[in-house]
Design a protein around this ligand. Structure first.
Ligand code: 6GP
Length: 815
């Protein structure tokens, strides 16, 4: 915790303004004010932000190809505990802190759940006082910005580094690292020892940009180190003696420059989907190699014993994108340290742990052997050797050749990255109970049967500081008034709120806060889209990536059903509803883009129909991301978590909504199962097929959507709307969506679950009429959401995985 008086801050701010910009405060731009403020804060934490503690305690390194940070100023001020003095100081200088907070860029260096989870974990590691750091890529362009043109998604590049540098980063040229691509690898004898020689490689320099991760009022400042790829600078300290010679033509030099810079140019816009492209593989190796070499360098600098690496370092790989940590660490231990294979393997396997984030088959990374062999010749040799040893282990244990083939790391000319991760780590975890069970019993069954002790569950969590304290200050204030401050560092204390479940005064206040947040969102919608939404209507929200399995389409079908009902029965007693969507589709995901177009067209139809005015509104908010989530989630009455059961590994917006008092409409999928366990079916709305039913259908070729379509006339009407011109301004997109439901037999059980969903929605509507019952439910949700703080999750990772035992555990070594 740091303290700074208002007077001191003002002096500091002024002198920083002079040293950075040589001009008076009142002449500076907003952007300059923001830079000066960030710079002052960085100075304040500088002493605590020391580079390393590696010699004193075990350090965790979290490798992730995405970190979806969101804006940092507000949460940094909150965590440092200096917001008030700084706000006051700035005010006296004529500057409004809120303007600065709003004008900060939102770095979108991630797609969705996986990237945002990584950011929450950084926040929690610092806040629980763990020495845990992130390694990732400093993409020049983050996730595209989404615009709607005639209802269709158009992607605009996210040029977030317009000023050249990011507010919070510090570049450290003296810590740049050489990463080698391509070239020839062979063995040479030196003094009777065989040495691995890598010649004619393409050298790429990884330049570290550090972002401070500030813990909540506890003196901890960890580091997120993001690597930028560059052509090696002239003064780059590391030798490139055996590198490919680029002394040739101007054109060759330009090509080389392009080769290096391209690597960290752009984030792949895929969520839960395998990209399969050479550039992506380059990105993966680039940041993994830089990170592992960085750890190694630090380790050597502190003269630590390499035989005990696993006692000082835990390396966590966030899904398979950083899987090359395994062969890269092996490479260093074998080729540089000269350890034997067995010892190098023992150290590696006791250092690396892995999280799986999805069971969707299309997300499973498989790299062609030929691609890896050419791009990463030494790494491929090591993977091949791991596979050889793994196969011989499997053959000694099993005779079922199909099973062995399924478990093999290399198979059919491809390297299966999940198999590599499981074979080479001491811990494999899923991200919610059901997901972990599905991994163990279905998707990774062979591996679980083989090494059950590696598998464990770590149900996801969210940074409650950002998602409640910062995003919903009014609710946060009410909670503190009722139960004191302690919940901020121990969210289980939120449970005490239940004491107020029959206190009408508190329930009224809860209602009022929700209303105020809805007004803020309504104002935004009015400003942006000129759509007038009523804050008294139910705000029913589905915000997440657009994916068929997440079933935005199911939500839409229910909206259409409701629309028809009102048209057929104008005097129907219905609770006014505003349906709110926010979702980006991967640019190459055609069906998802069609669904966006259909939702937008339906929104136009409904919002312009006077017959449903005051009853129904549909708003699709463009460019959903972290900053918008902070506005939308506190304003939601209903949280739509309606994925096809078994498909959503966990979900994390479900937790954010719950913590902000929204009521969950859900299938028993992902972490909805845990929500249900906590609050029971009486405090949420459940519908849909069970996991068992979905698995059974899948084993037997699905159900028949066309039969259902012909028997349920209400459904038929809505599905036909997609193609019969009922929805204006809808062309081939309607047909595409129709085909997914009828021609291709509704892979995600949208129609199969539609009736039950409608039933649950009707019940919800009825309950909303009973104000106190609704608000009581809301309070119970908040009171039980404490378990979903990522502080809890991170402590579990620490306890069960990273700090579990530091001796070499031979049991993990199956080779
Ligand atoms: C997501 C899962 O889809 C989501 O259910 C989960 O909450 C989140 O990860 C965090 O665990 N998966 C991804 O975003 C992904 O890219 C490869 O998986």
């Amino acid at each position: 915790m740091i303290t700074i008086s208002k007077r001191k801050f003002k002096q500091y701010f002024e002198s920083k303004m002079y040293s950075l910009y040589a001009q008076p405060i009142n002449e500076a731009s907003n952007e300059q004010h923001l830079n000066v403020l960030a710079s002052v804060l960085k100075d304040l934490i500088a002493k605590k932000w020391v580079d390393t503690k590696i010699d004193t305690e075990k350090e965790v390194y979290y490798f992730s190809i995405e970190f979806l940070l969101g804006r940092q100023l507000k949460s940094n001020l909150l965590n440092l505990g200096v917001e008030n003095s700084i706000r006051e100081g700035l005010k006296e200088l004529g500057i409004n802190l809120d303007d600065l907070i709003q004008s900060e860029v939102d770095p979108a260096l991630g797609n969705g759940g996986l990237g945002r989870l990584a950011a929450c974990f950084l926040d929690s590691m610092a806040s629980v006082g763990m020495s845990g750091h992130g390694y990732g890529i400093r993409y020049k362009y983050g996730l595209f910005k989404q615009k709607f043109v005639n209802g269709c998604q158009v992607e605009v590049p996210d040029n977030w580094l317009t000023q050249g540098n990011y507010l919070w980063e510090v570049v450290r040229p003296n810590k740049a690292i050489l990463v080698k691509f391509e070239g020839d690898v062979y063995l040479e004898e030196h003094d009777g020892n065989l040495k691995v020689i890598h010649k004619n490689y393409i050298p790429v320099m990884a330049m570290p940009y550090d972002i401070p991760i500030i813990g909540y009022r506890n003196n901890s400042v960890n580091t997120l180190r993001l690597w930028k790829s560059e052509i090696p600078r002239r003064d780059f300290g590391q030798t490139t003696a055996n590198a490919k010679n680029y002394s040739g033509s101007y054109e060759e030099a330009l090509n080389y420059k392009y080769y290096t810079e391209e690597i960290s140019q752009v984030l792949y816009p895929n969520d839960s989907n395998y990209a399969g492209r050479l550039l992506r593989l380059k990105q993966e190796y680039f940041f993994v190699s830089a990170g592992i070499q960085d750890i190694y360098r630090k380790y050597k600098k502190h003269k630590l014993n390499i035989h005990e690496l696993h006692k000082k370092v835990a390396i966590h790989i966030n899904d398979t994108h950083p899987a090359l940590c395994v062969p890269e660490l092996m490479r260093i231990l074998l080729d540089i340290e000269g350890l034997s294979w067995d010892e190098a393997w023992n150290i590696t396997i006791n250092t690396i742990s892995y999280t799986n984030h999805t069971i969707m088959a299309e997300a499973m990374e498989k790299w062609p052997v030929e691609m890896m062999k050419k791009l990463l010749p030494r790494i491929y040799m090591i993977v091949e050797e791991i596979n050889k040893r793994y196969l011989s282990y499997l053959n000694s244990k099993y005779s079922d050749q199909n099973k062995i083939r399924r478990m093999s790391i290399i198979n059919n000319g491809n390297i299966n990255m999940a198999n590599l991760c499981i074979a080479s780590s001491y811990s494999v975890n899923g991200v919610a109970k059901l997901h972990t069970t599905l991994l163990e019993k279905e998707v990774l069954k062979d591996f679980y049967d083989d090494t059950p002790y590696k598998f464990n569950n770590k149900t996801n969590g969210i940074a409650h500081r950002r998602w409640l304290m910062s995003a919903n200050p009014e609710l946060s204030g009410l909670i503190t008034n009722l139960i004191g401050e302690e919940w901020k560092t121990d969210t289980f204390k939120l449970k005490e709120l239940e004491n107020y479940k029959n206190d009408n005064h508190v329930l009224d206040r809860l209602d009022e806060i929700k209303y105020n947040n809805k007004v803020l969102l309504s104002n935004y919608i009015m400003d942006k889209y000129d759509i007038d939404v009523d804050p008294n209507s139910i705000f029913d929200v589905q915000v997440k990536r657009l994916h068929a399995y997440k079933r935005q389409l199911l939500n839409l079908i229910n909206i259409m059903t409701l629309y028809h009902k009102i048209l057929d029965n104008p005097d129907m007693d219905i609770e006014p509803r505003t349906f709110i969507f926010g979702a980006k589709a991967a640019p190459g995901y055609y069906l998802a883009k069609c669904i966006i177009k259909v939702i937008n067209s339906v929104a136009d139809l409904i919002n312009n129909d006077p017959r449903v005015r005051g009853k129904l509104k549909v708003v699709f908010i463009e460019n959903y991301g972290v900053s918008l989530a902070e506005l939308i989630i506190p304003a939601a009455n209903v949280s739509e978590q309606i994925s096809t059961t078994t498909k959503e590994a966990s979900g994390t917006s479900n937790m954010k909504f719950m913590m902000n008092g929204a009521i969950t409409m859900a299938t028993l999928d992902g972490a909805n199962v845990e929500i249900h366990e906590l609050i029971g079916k009486e405090n949420m709305f459940l519908f849909g097929l069970t996991a068992e039913e979905v698995l059974n259908y899948n084993k037997n070729g699905g159900y028949s959507s066309i039969d259902l379509y012909h028997t349920d006339l209400g459904l038929k009407q809505v599905v036909d709307d997609l193609i019969n011109g009922f929805i204006p301004n809808l062309g081939k997109e309607g047909r595409e969506v129709y085909d997914s439901l009828i021609t291709y037999n509704d892979e995600y059980f949208v129609l199969r679950d539609a009736k039950d969903y409608e039933r649950a929605q009707r019940e919800l509507s009825e309950l909303y009429k009973k104000k106190y019952d609704w608000n009581r439910m809301s309070l119970i949700n908040i009171a039980n959401s404490g378990v979903f703080s990522s502080d809890r999750t991170i402590k579990e990772y620490g306890r069960d995985i990273w700090f579990r035992g530091c001796e070499i555990n031979e049991e993990f070594n199956k080779l």
